[in-house]
Design a protein around this ligand. Structure first.
Ligand code: SAH
Length: 215
C-alpha cells in the first residue's frame, strides 16, 4: 500500500467514525495520526480500515474502531492524565490514548502481544506508553493511583483492585457481563462519597482472565 493509499484509508475510517456520532476533534485527530493498518497483520490486513473487530495474535481481537472511540470519549481523558489500560491486545487503543493523555500504562497477559505492541509504539515514536506483560486483574499497584482506567476485556463485575487504584475524581470504563453474551459498557466515577455507575451501551469483548497466558 502506498502512503497516499494509507492516508486515504485512514480518512475513510474518520468519515465512518463521524457518521457513527464521534464528534470530539481531539479524538478524531488521534484516529487520524494512528494508522490502524499497522495494528492488523496477516490475512485481515486489508480490512483494517473497516469499522469492525478483527482477529489478532494469540486468539485475541482488536476492537471495533467506533467502540474504541466511544470508550475513549467516555473516559474523558485530559492531557494531565495518567491512564491504565488492561488488555493491550494489538496496542491500538493504547496508541489512541497516548495522543490524549500524559502517560499510558498498558498491561497484557499474552507476552507475544506485548512484544509486538512495544515494537509498534517505538516505530510510531509513542514514548509515553509503558507496555507490561502482567495479569491486569490486579491492576498495576506500583504505578497507582490512576486518573483513568480502561478495561478492554469483559469482567463479571468492575474489578475491586482496579476501583481501588482509581484516584478520587477518576473514571473507569469497563465492559461488564458474562462471556459469550452481550455485555454492558459501564462508566464508573469515583467520588469522595463512593462510586457512581452509568450504563453506556451493549458491547462484546473477550473475557478478562486471571493469570498469565502460557505463551
Ligand atoms: N485494547 C485492545 C483489544 C484488546 S482484546 C486493542 O486495542 O487491540 C482484550 C485483551 O485483554 C486480550 O489481548 C486479552 O489477552 C487481554 N486480557 C484478558 N485478561 C487479561 C488480564 N487479566 N490481564 C491483562 N490482559 C488481559
Amino acid at each position: 500500500m502506498t502512503e497516499a493509499e494509507r492516508a486515504q484509508n485512514v480518512m475513510r475510517l474518520i468519515l465512518t467514525l463521524r457518521s457513527r456520532g464521534v464528534t470530539d476533534p481531539a479524538i478524531l485527530r488521534a484516529f487520524e495520526t494512528i494508522d490502524r493498518g499497522l495494528f492488523v497483520t496477516g490475512i485481515f490486513a486489508d480490512r483494517a480500515y473497516e469499522d469492525t473487530p478483527l482477529p489478532i495474535g494469540c486468539g485475541q481481537t482488536i476492537s471495533q474502531p467506533s467502540v474504541v472511540a466511544l470508550m475513549t470519549e467516555a473516559l474523558e481523558v485530559t492531557p494531565r492524565d495518567k491512564v491504565l489500560e488492561v488488555g493491550t491486545g494489538s496496542g491500538y487503543q493504547a496508541a489512541i490514548l497516548s495522543r490524549l493523555a500524559r502517560r499510558v500504562y498498558t498491561v497484557e497477559r499474552h507476552r507475544p502481544l506485548i512484544a509486538e505492541a512495544r515494537a509498534l509504539f517505538a516505530r510510531l515514536d509513542l514514548h509515553n506508553i509503558t507496555a507490561i506483560a502482567t495479569d491486569g486483574s490486579f491492576g498495576l499497584p506500583d504505578q497507582a493511583p490512576f486518573d483513568r482506567i480502561i478495561v478492554t476485556a469483559a469482567a463479571e463485575d468492575p474489578p475491586g483492585p482496579l476501583l481501588a487504584q482509581l484516584r478520587p475524581g477518576g473514571i473507569m470504563v469497563v465492559p461488564v457481563g458474562q462471556t459469550d453474551t452481550v455485555q454492558s459498557l459501564i462508566k464508573v466515577r469515583k467520588t469522595e462519597q463512593g462510586y457512581e455507575y452509568e450504563e453506556l451501551r451493549p458491547v462484546r469483548f473477550v473475557p478478562l482472565l486471571e493469570g498469565m497466558a502460557r505463551d
